[in-house]
Design a protein. Structure first.
Length: 99
């Protein structure tokens, strides 16, 4: 089954505690029910309600279990033209990783 395409403008409208969507790695997640369960508190997620939270999610260093849970809340994906590239590291013109 194909993923539902949800654009960022649609995600932006889901920015309340009773209707909270975020984007992580181009996946649109409905985390409304998870707000009460989030170990860091709901405020951490609400700071990114209706927005892309990928960078913050990665900076925190979530566990593998937390990463696996993302699929439980997936409601769709961003359209291709709004997706951010997943890059394991910046590369120079020769394709070598820049440290």
């Amino acid at each position: 089954m194909a993923d539902t395409i949800i654009n960022l403008a649609q995600v932006k409208t889901h920015n309340k505690k009773d209707n909270c969507w975020i984007v992580i790695d181009n996946m649109v997640l409905d985390v409304t029910k998870f707000l009460k369960e989030h170990p860091g508190g709901s405020e951490v997620i609400m700071d990114f309600a209706g927005q892309d939270a990928t960078q913050s999610f990665k900076e925190v260093g979530h566990s593998i279990d937390a990463k696996d849970m993302l699929l439980d809340y997936k409601v769709g994906v961003l359209p291709e033209e709004e997706m951010t590239k997943k890059d394991s590291g910046k590369k120079d013109g020769d394709g070598c990783a820049i440290m």
